[in-house]
Design a binder for this molecule. Structure first.
Ligand code: CO
Length: 143
C-alpha cells in the first residue's frame, strides 16, 4: 500500500477564526499550527486529531484557488484529502505511470515543512487528493 496514513482533511472556509471557534466550542479542539502560504493564497489552522489533522483553509485573495472553489461550491465544505506517503516524488511518478491525472507535475513545498503534490479530482472519483511527505515522520521512521 502506497498510502501510509490519513494526514489531513482540508476544509475550505470563509472565516478562519470562526471555523476555529466552531471546532473549539463543539469538540474542545486546540490549534496545533498556523501558517500563511503566500504562493497558494491561503492561511491555515491545523487541528490535531490523533496523528492526523483537520486543515482549515481561508483564502487570502479573491483569485486564489480556494477562493474560486468557495465561490463554485457556494460556501465552505470539504476541499481535499491529504494522504501521507513516504516519498512524494517517487509516488507521483508511480501514479502518473498508472494513468493518474495530476495538478502538480512536480513535488512542491507545503505547510509545516512538508513536501506535497495534488492529484486532479477528475479521474479520482471527484476527490482532490494531496500527497504529503512529512519530514518529521520520515526522520522518525529512519532512526
Ligand atoms: Co492540504
Amino acid at each position: 500500500m502506497i498510502l501510509q496514513r490519513l494526514d489531513h482533511v482540508g476544509y475550505a472556509v470563509e472565516d478562519l477564526n470562526a471555523a476555529v471557534s466552531y471546532h473549539e466550542r463543539l469538540y474542545g479542539a486546540e490549534v496545533a499550527h498556523r501558517e500563511e502560504m503566500e504562493a497558494d493564497g491561503v492561511r491555515e489552522a491545523l487541528i490535531a486529531v490523533g496523528e492526523s489533522f483537520i486543515q482549515l483553509l481561508e483564502p487570502t485573495r479573491d483569485d486564489s484557488p480556494v477562493a474560486r472553489w468557495l465561490a463554485r461550491n457556494g460556501g465552505p465544505g470539504v476541499h481535499h484529502v491529504g494522504y501521507g506517503v513516504e516519498d512524494v516524488g517517487t509516488t507521483l511518478a508511480d501514479l502518473q505511470a498508472k494513468g493518474a491525472r495530476v495538478v502538480d507535475e512536480h513535488p512542491r513545498p507545503g505547510s509545516r515543512g512538508c513536501t506535497v503534490a495534488f492529484l486532479h479530482p477528475k479521474g479520482a472519483l471527484g476527490v482532490l487528493v494531496e500527497l504529503v511527505e512529512d519530514p518529521a515522520l520520515v526522520r522518525s521512521t529512519a532512526t
